[in-house]
Structures are given as structure tokens and as C-alpha cells.
Design a protein around this ligand. Structure first.
Ligand code: ITT
Ligand code: NA
Length: 178
């Protein structure tokens, strides 16, 4: 199965998680245009449709958003752009202490059809950056039940609780039934 992403961290997390189920994935980085949209689900569906005409084998993609309550859900599906432009220092300045959640939507192209699976992780925006796992917003996101940021967790620790692993787990359940 191919995982199409430009993001090395996403691939590493998915490979660790799916490895436990003996599902082997191959990383493929393909350029494609992402539409603007209100939800990760619709953006992901559109991207998946574009890619399925180019790729003849089964594949999946991962679209992840960060929704910050005090900012009315911003940056939501614009997480990638905002991470590059504002960065974590400004996220702290704007939203330290706010409730927030990540949502991952996986779109799977399997035997000619598209299936979507999603997972959510709730937490709080920290007032400082911490941790050495430098993936996106992880240094400023404190997951519920923890007193440290996601960037202080190893890949396998993050995979026990994350938005991405929850979505992947539902995909695994689906694949088991096929
Ligand atoms: P793709 O090629 O897979 O689309 P991307 O990096 O552009 O890779 P997204 O469009 O899903 O990914 O953008 C989401 C952004 O949110 C991403 O660039 C990261 O900065 C951040 N992000 C995604 N997942 C995250 C996670 O688990 N922890 C922290 N930040 C995350
Ligand atoms: Na993207």
C-alpha cells in the first residue's frame, strides 16, 4: 500500500503504527494541488479523486487540521500554511491556554473506491515550546491527560493517543474485513 505525502513525520508515524499489524507501506511524495475548503474531509476527498486517476494501485493520503477554540477553529484546514507563515511562537502569543484539537482525515483508495476515516485528539495550547520531536504544532500541543507536549513523546507513545493513529486504526479495522 502506498502512503502519498510530502511529510516525513506523517510517514514515520504511520509506518510505526501499521507495522504492528504487519501492514507494509511505501512512502511516495507526489505533487498535487489542494483546494481550499472548510473541512479536511472535503479537501482530502478532492485530492484523493485527483490522485486516483494517476495511480493504479491502492493508496491513502492524510489531511490533518488543528482547530483552536479561542480562535474560532483557526487554523483548521489551513494548518500547513499557518505553520509555515505564523509558526509556533505566534500560535502561543495568540492562543496559549486555549482548548484545541487535531483532526486527521485519511482518504483510502482501495479496489477502485474511496473510503474516509478520521481521528481526533483533544488538548490545550501550551504557553511555551517543548520537546525535541519537531513535527508541526507538536511542541505547543499538550494532549489531555498529559503534562507535556506531543513533541516530548516518542513516535510509539504518540501513536497510543494521536488523531493519526485513531484514523489509521479505523482503516486497519476496515482492511481486516476485506
Ligand atoms: P501532505 O503532503 O501529506 O499534505 P502536509 O505537511 O502538507 O503534508 P497537511 O496538509 O495535512 O500536511 O497539513 C497539516 C499541517 O499541520 C502540517 O504541515 C503540520 O505542520 C501540521 N501537522 C499535521 N499533523 C500534525 C501532527 O500530528 N502534529 C503536529 N502538527 C501536525
Ligand atoms: Na498538504
Amino acid at each position: 500500500m502506498l502512503f502519498i505525502t510530502s511529510n516525513r513525520h506523517k510517514y514515520e508515524e504511520a509506518a510505526e503504527f501499521l507495522g504492528k499489524y504487519n501492514i507494509d507501506i511505501k512512502w511516495k511524495n507526489m505533487k498535487y494541488e489542494e483546494i481550499q475548503g472548510d473541512t479536511n474531509k472535503e479537501i482530502s476527498m478532492d485530492s484523493c479523486r485527483k490522485l486516483m486517476y494517476k495511480i493504479k494501485e491502492d493508496f491513502f493520503i492524510d489531511d490533518t487540521g488543528l482547530y483552536i477554540d479561542d480562535l474560532n477553529g483557526f487554523p483548521g484546514p489551513y494548518a500547513s500554511y499557518v505553520n509555515k507563515t505564523l509558526g509556533n511562537k505566534n500560535i502561543i502569543r495568540l492562543a496559549a491556554g486555549s482548548r484545541a484539537h487535531f483532526e486527521t482525515v485519511i482518504s483510502l483508495f482501495y479496489s477502485g473506491k474511496i473510503y474516509q476515516f478520521s481521528g481526533i485528539l483533544n488538548g490545550t495550547i501550551s504557553d511555551h515550546e517543548s520537546g525535541s520531536m519537531n513535527f508541526g504544532y507538536d511542541p505547543v500541543f499538550i494532549p489531555d491527560g498529559y503534562d507535556k507536549s506531543l513533541a516530548e513523546l516518542s513516535i510509539s507513545e504518540k501513536n497510543r493517543i494521536s488523531h493519526r493513529s485513531k484514523a489509521l486504526e479505523i482503516m486497519v479495522e476496515f482492511l481486516k474485513k476485506q
